[in-house]
Design a protein around this ligand. Sequence first.
Ligand code: MOS
Length: 735
Amino acid sequence: MTTIEAVRLIGPGVDRVDGPLKVTGSAPYPGDFSFANMAHAVLVRATVAAGRIRRIEAAAAEAAPGVLAVITHRNAPKLERGPDTPAWRQPPPPLQDNRILHYGQYIGVVVAETAEQATAAARLIETDYEPTEPLLDLDDPRAEVLTNPWGLDAHRGDLAAGLASADVTVEATYTTPDETNNPMGLFATVAFWDGDSLTVHDSNQWPHGVRATLAAAFGVPESGVRVLTPFVGGGFGAGLRVWPHVVLTALAARTAGRPVKLVLTRPQMFTGIGHRTRTVQHIRLGADRSGHLTALDHEAKASITVEDETYEPVAADSATAYACPNADTRDSQARLNIPNPTFMRAPGEAQGNFALESALDELAYAIGLDPLELRLRNYAEDHPQLGLPWSSKALRACYEQGAERFGWWSRNPRPGSMRDGSWLVGYGMAGVSFFWIQMPCQASASIRRDGTAFMRSAATDIGTGTYTVMTQLSAELLGLRLDQVRFGLGDTDMPMAPPAGGSGLTAALGNAVQAACRKVIQAFLDTVADDPGSPLRGCRLDDVTVADGRIHHINEPARGEAYSDILARHGLDELTADGDSAPPKAQDVGMAPAGAFAARFVEVRVDPDLGLVQVARVVSAIDGGRILNEKTATSQIIGATVGGIGMALLEETVTDPATGRIANANLGDYLVPVNADVPGLEVLFVGEPDRFNPIGVKGVGEIGLVGMAAAIANAVFHATGRRIRSLPITIDRLL
Ligand code: MOS
């Protein structure tokens, strides 16, 4: 059988198998579904950030043309909260009382024959509030602060002693703003009931999570709820939690007794599907004269809404990034009257890496050491917390090959010393050690008499290339051509899959696919076990391999037969097998499972008169383990790098400090990079297949964003001598 030793590190960059459907507009996104007799729902949002609803009057809306139902907390049924997941809770269910916890909270839903009628009627709802002073500032002394919310705070060695023994210390505070995920596709839900059975087309990153939450909300069995997400117009984490609008669409459909469609507006996308929370981070580093760290202290405070829980460790990953004997990390969250946050591409890590890698740059200048050399001197050969060898770690190769490709060593270390005409030129870099996550997953494999395979698992492809890489992997494992394999996903009638999140889906799903492929080949061997007409009679899985739609003896291609011949002779239409994957415990296998690693090298140009910053070029060297498809993996890194440029220079969700209203809740005022902001981006994949993971992959969905903010800030310092510790690096901060 195929083993990872036999595969190339970098798989062929085949085009997306779903590309033709997408470019011809025939890929069915959730909002594209319509049904006979379908009604439309529109949400009504609170216009204060804290307090209570004193009175809400729906009579005029109910009497408006086309209106079928108006649901508020006064007539909504009791809805249960969705079940907890291993790492996070689902948001509380909507419309359960008259409390207002944030501006934009849903206070009602209007169902009408058309979306226009529902929108018009929603404006007729009258609401009187009893407002209270909202908690909007991280440092508001009234805000409850959760310390060590995930039990991940690290204490290694003796921090005070490490600081006391340092020759050089650096201490600084860094801040990052609220940011909004902003997938292009407006999140949409289409729901209809048949008795107690519910079918939902929905934009999300985890159909089984949606199913479990809807089943809990309405007290119906999960088996009666089907969630379909074959395509989704992006997520960046926004689709990992199950949001109130999904529950409200199902409630609207139940109340109206008809299929109901709800499409969020862009402003609602800023308050209703999460955001990356702002942070304030304090870092202290100590080192000896030669640049060896003696102390690393990282304290981070983020925000969380008044009544919710999220998983967003900001400081925690700093404990495992470098080989420092004395390290403390502490995370906390302040409860504010803000919309419910969520994961946003590289949650926690993106913000934490900015602070740590900026502080290391400051330390390098304080010592008089090259910033890359400082990272190499503190390279963590083993996992600093577990004391185990990494399952793979090619970060040193990332540094070396990235620096070589970028031309790092031609850099004049003195800030402000490099110019191109009137522009100041700066080189900056950052290291990245991404966290590891892998959840259990299931997949099924069927091989049919026509020689084709149908693979499936209820995962999602959020634009990452899941359809494509799983088709490639299946074809390779079954010895079929790409066009003989169809991969189905995004349907809870398929085997359970974990969220497309934490950069962990490709590993989890790929391992389940490998298991299913092995089992279906075993099913063929079982079928011919006593078949005197089969050259494979009596073969074990380890005796055979697959190619060209056939199973044959290893090293003897002639001694074998085609899947279709076996099925035909035995009168079978197909054979099917289920596979699953679950990662072992690190201690059991004696190695620390490694996420991806990266080194980012950035050149910026700064106009000293205008404070303009342009990213001139980026080299990203990535250790993602085995890369299944060079093209889609490169696209992942490029797309996330653009997100990183946005984080560094543009993105900031602005909350009005008086009212808690988001002031720039649209894509005209919330700035993201456009083509003119994005230079040539070079991506190198280095390393080798990961040892922890049977198919050798580590996942590259998020790492492309991480490190960009620090590398750009460090390059801006190199260009100008100005250290910007608050994102985004805007003109006003630089002038
Ligand atoms: Mo990612 S924030 O885990 O979609």
